[in-house]
Design a protein around this ligand. Structure first.
Ligand SMILES: NC(=O)c1ccc[n+]([C@@H]2O[C@H](COP(=O)([O-])OP(=O)(O)OC[C@H]3O[C@@H](n4cnc5c(N)ncnc54)[C@H](OP(=O)(O)O)[C@@H]3O)[C@@H](O)[C@H]2O)c1
Length: 218
């Protein structure tokens, strides 16, 4: 598949790029800062079957988005705004949804866990003890999901990670849920960024979610 990854130099994005390349997909890696794109480790494996093309671009810029997704089979977005700029997340989602609707390219969005519901009712982000420093990005992710749900034309799917999304091992194993936070036997909600990338590429290759949110965790 030809896959464009926005946010390709980020914690999640660079693992998505690596997972996609390891599966022999042809990846276009996009982020705003060109110098960081040049540092993508898999760039040396560029080629027709499995490789990375890099492109500086902004997911909130219509022209950049159109140029980055032309002729592609799929877009994966894992952008994260700087603190104080959280509104960019919904602007990016809106721009990507419109461009994907117009071109017929499928869109997978990486969102947040905060809006997942928890046992006993309510959202994770509304639970006592939820870190206050995470509230701005969690709220931005709520708006990002709402933008998706308001869209009835693009073929989108929104992935909310587990609560704890951390660098770790690639096990290839995970559970899939819908709108409720998945927790393990110890009550912990966790997945590695590597396995989140596996889940995204599994969804890319075998689409199971259309115009809906899903979540993955151990
Ligand atoms: N448990 C959870 O719910 C959880 C935990 C962690 C992360 N997340 C979510 O996962 C996503 C990715 O997070 P992350 O930690 O991987 O972020 P990150 O490490 O901060 O990386 C963000 C990436 O997005 C790029 N970017 C930012 N704005 C952009 C724009 N407008 N256009 C194009 N590229 C843009 C950045 O590069 P440039 O600045 O050079 O453009 C960078 O490549 C976010 O949506 C975040 O909310 C969820």
């Amino acid at each position: 598949m030809r896959i464009t990854v926005f946010g390709a130099t980020g914690n999640v994005g660079r693992r998505v790029v690596a997972e996609a390349v390891s599966r022999r997909h042809e990846v276009t890696a996009v982020a705003r800062t060109a110098v960081r794109l040049a540092g993508l480790p898999d760039r040396v494996h560029g080629g027709v079957h499995g490789g990375v093309h890099v492109r500086a671009g902004d997911a909130t810029d219509v022209d950049d988005v159109v140029a980055s997704i032309a002729g592609q089979d799929l877009v994966i977005t894992a952008t994260c705004p700087a603190p104080g700029q959280e509104g960019e997340l919904v602007a990016a989602a809106t721009t990507l949804l419109a461009a994907c609707a117009k071109t017929g390219v499928r869109l997978l969005l990486v969102g947040g866990a905060g809006s997942l519901t928890v046992e006993g009712g309510g959202r994770l982000m509304d639970r006592p003890g939820y870190p206050s420093f995470l509230l701005p990005i969690a709220s931005a992710c709520v708006a990002q999901l709402a933008a998706c749900r308001a869209d009835t034309t693009a073929d989108w799917a929104y992935l909310s990670p587990a609560d704890l999304l951390v660098p770790g091992a690639r096990t290839g194993r995970y559970r899939v849920g819908a709108d409720e936070l998945l927790v393990d036997a110890d009550g912990e909600s966790r997945i590695s960024m590597e396995d989140l990338a596996v889940a995204l590429l599994d969804e890319a290759e075998r689409p199971r979610h259309h115009r809906t949110r899903f979540t993955v965790a151990y």
